[in-house]
Design a protein around this ligand. Structure first.
Ligand code: FDA
Length: 305
């Protein structure tokens, strides 16, 4: 049943008609629990509240299905506006983005020129930009562009997904270059020839990647809601006598909030991934796919409307 619901929500997340309609609806069906608002001002209010509770943040302006240059230009402008709003508000927050939003599927050059504009703005404000990792089809080109950008910028990093067989090799290589990585399990549906099909193997590989990257001395963001992975990281902290400045935990806005606060109370750097924008529908469906038990709050949201 769980798999049926998971596939159902993943299929819904790709529905472009519903996506277009949702932009006009405003945040509905309980989406406000995992999306911080539709405007940058609303998102900054939420970031400030999280900062006051001891949590640092990364803001992500949501966007799906970019096919035209104009849409990519607008997405890049939003990234810049977000960096400016973070600086103006003086909140503790960096930026996460997806390169397909910046036109990666339209033209590599277009995407790289937008990345340069965004990284110049981030440098001006002493901020950092994280390139989210998308599906396997975009994996190698993302790493290639990262390497190109790293020749000019040191305030950029990316994400490595533990479900991919290639990730161990990537982490070893990026570790030598001391690249700041966010490590995750991986959120897309990938075939067995590129990704571990069994959850246990993904979890084992995740632990291995965390050890490798920390041992290389590189900054490591462990992004998970999984207690076993968090415990593994805490054990490594002791075993390797790590400074707490070398790593952080990350979780999504609205998910396991009590655990986020507890990790911060224990003195760990805890960063919350805060998505915002009117293009919330696909992101919301993917969160439901991860945990179909959350449909309960969708049903409550439906009854309220
Ligand atoms: P897992 O899914 O095994 O969950 C462990 C436990 O956490 C569950 O048993 C449950 O208790 C709790 N939990 C998990 N999801 C929940 C939910 N939705 N609601 C309530 N409880 C929940 N992926 C990717 O491919 N590219 C990327 O760039 C990113 N970026 C990213 C940033 C951040 C900050 C996070 C936290 C995650 C990502 N991901 C990602 C997503 C990641 O790959 C993965 O799909 C999810 O984090 C779920 O995996 P977990 O490690 O949380 O474990």
């Amino acid at each position: 049943m769980e798999t049926v619901l998971k596939n159902f929500f993943l299929a819904l997340s790709k529905n472009q008609m519903l996506n277009q309609m949702a932009k006009k609806w405003g945040l509905r069906f309980g989406a406000h629990r995992v999306v911080a608002g539709e405007t940058i001002d609303e998102a900054i209010v939420k970031v400030r509240e999280l900062n006051e509770k001891g949590l640092t943040c990364t803001l992500d302006h949501l966007g799906e299905f970019v096919f035209h240059e104009q849409e990519a230009n607008e997405a890049a402008d939003y990234c810049i506006k977000t960096l400016e709003a973070i600086a103006a508000a003086g909140v503790d927050c960096n930026l996460s983005l997806k390169m397909t939003q910046l036109g990666l599927d339209i033209s590599r050059d277009l995407c790289v020129s937008h990345m340069r504009r965004i990284l110049d703005t981030a440098s001006k404000y002493g901020n950092f930009v994280r390139i989210d990792m998308e599906d396997y089809a975009h994996n190698e080109i993302t790493l290639e562009i990262l390497r190109e950008l790293r020749k000019e910028y040191d305030n950029v990093g990316t994400v490595i997904q533990a479900y991919l067989y290639k990730s161990e090799e990537d982490v070893r290589r990026l570790g030598v270059e001391r690249i700041n990585l966010r490590l995750v399990k991986g959120a897309y549906k990938e075939p067995e020839d590129v990704a571990f099909p069994l959850k246990k193997d993904v979890d084992d590989n995740f632990k291995k990647l965390i050890s490798l990257h920390l041992e290389s001395g590189s900054y490591t963001a462990v992004a998970t809601h999984d207690d076993a992975i968090i415990e593994h990281t805490k054990e490594l902290e002791k075993k390797l006598s790590l400074s707490r400045d070398q790593f952080e935990f990350q979780m999504l806005y609205g998910i396991r909030t009590a655990t986020q606060l507890e990790l911060s109370r224990q003195g760990y750097r805890m960063r919350v991934y805060v998505p915002y924008g009117n293009d919330w529908y696909g992101y919301f469906m993917r969160r439901l796919a991860e945990r179909p038990a959350n449909v309960a709050f969708v049903l409550k949201g439906l009854l309220r409307k």
